[in-house]
Design a protein around this ligand. Structure first.
Ligand code: CP
Ligand code: NVA
Length: 310
C-alpha cells in the first residue's frame, strides 16, 4: 500500500483512498513507537525538504523540520519574504528550480491553486502545509489522535463547532473517507464551502460515514465522541476578527457544551487557541482535552508522510 504513495503529492486528503490514509496512520504509529524507544530510522538519509512559508507557523514548521532530521534528512525553512518568490518570481519557475536541489517541497500559503501550480511544475512531491481551503497534514495527525484515544475511526462521531474553514474542510474529507460521522455547526453565513460539502457527502456515501451541517452547537455536540474547534478568524482574516467575535458568540466549546457530548468524549483544537473565544480556558486545560497529544502527533504523522512520499 505504501508503495503507491512514493512520489505522490499531498495536497488534499481527497486524493487518497481510505486504505492509503490508514496505511499512513499505521506508519505514524510505528514511527512514534520507534521514536519513544529511541530507535533511529534513517529512512531519509541524504534527503532535503524545502519548506516554503508565506504564513506564520509553530507546529507545522517545527514538526516537519524536526521530523526530517529524525529520519536522517534535512528540512530547509524558506520564508517567502526571503525568496525571490516574494519579489515576484513565478511559482512555476520556483518549482522547477527547487526540484533540481531537493527531494520534496512543503508549502504554506493562501490559495490552494498556488499549491496545485507548484505541484504541477515540481518534479518532486509537494506537501500542502495549509492553505485557505485545506489543512490535510493536521487532519491526518488528528485522525491518528482520535484512533489512539478512541481505538477506532469508523463510526466515530466528530462534532466541529466554529468557522467553516480550512480545518473543517480537511476534517470533513478525512472523516468521510474513514467512515466517521462528521457534524459541523457554524453561524449562518460561515458554513463550509458547498463544493467541499458535496465532495465529503459523496465520500461518506461510499464509506458508510455521514456529513451533517447545522447552525446549532448544542445539536451537533449531543452524544459526540470528539468535540473539535478552531479559531474564529484564520490567518489572512485579521481585519474581520472583531465582526467575527460577535457573529460567533455561542460557538464555543465550554463546560455546558462538553456535558452534552458522550461520556469520555475528547476535546480537540489544531492550535493556536484563543482561550475565551472558541474554547474556554477550563475545557482546554481540563481532563478531556487532548490538544497537546494532538500537537505532538503532528510530528509522527508528518514523519509518516515524508517517509512514504519522498
Ligand atoms: N495547527 C497548526 O498548523 O499550527 P501552526 O500554525 O503553528 O503550524
Ligand atoms: N484555521 C486556522 C488554522 C491554523 C493552524 C488558520 O488558517 O489560521
Amino acid at each position: 500500500m505504501l508503495q503507491s504513495l512514493k512520489g505522490r503529492d499531498f495536497l488534499s486528503l481527497k486524493d487518497f483512498t481510505k486504505e492509503e490514509i490508514l496505511a499512513l496512520i499505521n506508519l505514524a504509529i510505528e514511527l512514534k513507537s520507534c521514536h519513544k524507544q529511541g530507535i533511529r530510522k534513517d529512512i531519509l538519509a541524504g534527503k532535503t525538504l524545502a519548506m516554503i512559508f508565506q504564513k506564520s507557523s509553530t507546529r507545522t514548521r517545527v514538526s516537519f523540520e524536526a521530523g526530517m532530521f529524525q529520519l536522517g534528512g534535512q528540512g530547509l525553512f524558506l520564508n517567502t519574504q526571503d525568496l525571490q518568490m516574494g519579489r515576484g518570481e513565478p511559482i512555476a519557475d520556483t518549482a522547477r528550480v527547487l526540484s533540481r536541489y531537493v527531494d520534496g517541497i512543503l508549502i504554506r500559503t493562501y490559495e490552494q491553486k498556488e499549491v496545485e501550480e507548484l505541484a504541477y511544475y515540481s518534479q518532486v512531491p509537494v506537501i500542502n502545509g495549509l492553505t485557505d481551503l485545506y489543512h490535510p497534514t493536521q487532519a491526518l495527525a488528528d485522525m491518528l489522535t482520535i484512533y489512539e484515544h478512541k481505538g477506532k475511526l469508523e463510526g466515530i462521531i466528530l462534532a466541529y463547532i466554529g468557522d467553516g474553514n480550512n480545518m473543517v474542510h480537511s476534517l470533513m474529507i478525512g472523516g468521510a473517507k474513514l467512515g466517521m460521522e462528521v457534524r459541523v455547526a457554524t453561524p449562518i453565513g460561515y458554513e463550509p464551502k458547498k463544493e467541499v460539502i458535496e465532495m465529503a457527502k459523496t465520500f461518506a456515501e461510499e464509506s458508510g460515514g455521514k456529513i451533517i451541517l447545522s447552525n446549532s452547537p448544542q445539536d451537533v455536540a449531543q452524544g459526540a465522541d470528539v468535540l473539535y474547534t478552531d479559531v474564529w478568524a484564520s490567518m489572512g482574516q485579521e481585519k474581520e476578527a472583531e465582526i467575527r467575535k460577535n457573529k460567533f458568540q455561542g460557538f464555543q466549546i465550554n463546560d455546558k457544551i462538553l456535558k452534552l457530548a458522550s461520556e469520555g468524549a475528547i476535546v480537540m483544537h489544531c492550535l493556536p487557541a484563543h482561550r475565551g473565544e472558541e474554547i474556554t480556558h477550563e475545557v482546554m486545560e481540563g481532563p478531556q482535552s487532548v490538544v497537546f497529544d494532538e500537537a505532538e502527533n503532528r510530528l509522527h504523522a508528518h514523519k509518516a508522510i515524508l517517509a512514504a512520499l519522498l
